[in-house]
Design a protein around this ligand. Sequence first.
Ligand SMILES: Nc1nc2c(ncn2[C@@H]2O[C@H](COP(=O)(O)OP(=O)(O)OP(=O)(O)O)[C@@H](O)[C@H]2O)c(=O)[nH]1
Ligand SMILES: [Mg+2]
Ligand SMILES: [Zn+2]
Length: 335
Amino acid sequence: MILDDYGWNDNFARQFSAFSAQGFLPARVIRGEKNYFRVICEAGELTVRFAGKLRHRAGGRQDLPVVGDWVVVEPQLEQERGIIHAILERFSSFARNLPGRRKGKGRERIEQQVIAANVERVLIVCGLDQDFSLRRIERYLTLVTAGGAEAVVVLNKADLSTTTERQRQQVLEVAGEAPVELLCAREQDQVEQLRGYLRPGETLALLGSSGVGKSTIINALLGEDRQKVAEVSRTLGKGRHTTTHRELFLLPTGGILMDNPGMRELHLWGEEEDLAESFADIEALALQCRFSDCGHRSEPGCAVREALKDQQLDPQRLNNYLQLKEELSHLQRRR
Ligand SMILES: Nc1nc2c(ncn2[C@@H]2O[C@H](COP(=O)(O)OP(=O)(O)OP(=O)(O)O)[C@@H](O)[C@H]2O)c(=O)[nH]1
Ligand SMILES: [Mg+2]
Ligand SMILES: [Zn+2]
């Protein structure tokens, strides 16, 4: 069954059973365009829109379908079209905060944007050129683990750095449980080390800034040039936002890949507790602070400051942690 290849399982089947009597089909969203989606179902690929009532009922964008979602579709097979009536519950999803959008008279509206759903594993791709930033890696690690997926850090463009081993060590220090892979995606055989993260019926998404080589890795794993890639700008060292859609690709050997557009800025969406996993070292220290609500800035008996003094903790990592914590608590207050 094609749906099994795309990750269909008993859990989704159970949820779908409530709809099966109505002639609806289960389908997975494999590509997102501005006004419509492409889904795959047993009858093949369909172009679908979502039912007006789904839009009405939606409390916000998070209730609308995204790539990776399993959805309930009313098929119109002759036209290869359909209508999405419901979204099955996601087992993982990544959401970011879309700040700075103004609604009406200047009131800032905070909106959650779900990026993708039902992903088992994420390759957080970073370039070992100007893109390299430990602080950004920490942000991505928080996004991925809080979203319920496993993270793998991929340090790409190893050929452009003379300090790869040092960079790898630095990343290992912030990566916690996440494995760290170092490679040059232009070398097909080096990309092979990532193949172990692909399992039949499981989805592997690639996230990272524009130009870090996500689509290059996808092409290498697919063994064909499916995705367009483009040189990064020489003057700015930045990517050109070549990939503009999220899309799923089924590997002939099993496993599903998700290419994503490069992200410009990553404002987290979540709760302060979501930092627990990606900053487990700091949270463990914080348990030993004299005050349970210690802000780790100037309070007496602060175990975190103490670790800083003993050089057990990188001050920039702490700054990033405090900044993310502030960002999330601000978000929580606004909601
Ligand atoms: N030197 C070097 N260049 C690489 C490597 N991997 C990818 N590139 C190049 O980096 C440029 C950007 O690669 P893409 O795969 O388009 O990057 P992307 O992450 O998909 O970018 P967006 O789609 O814009 O988000 C291309 O010119 C690639 O050939 C590498 O390991 N070393
Ligand atoms: Mg791309
Ligand atoms: Zn403290």
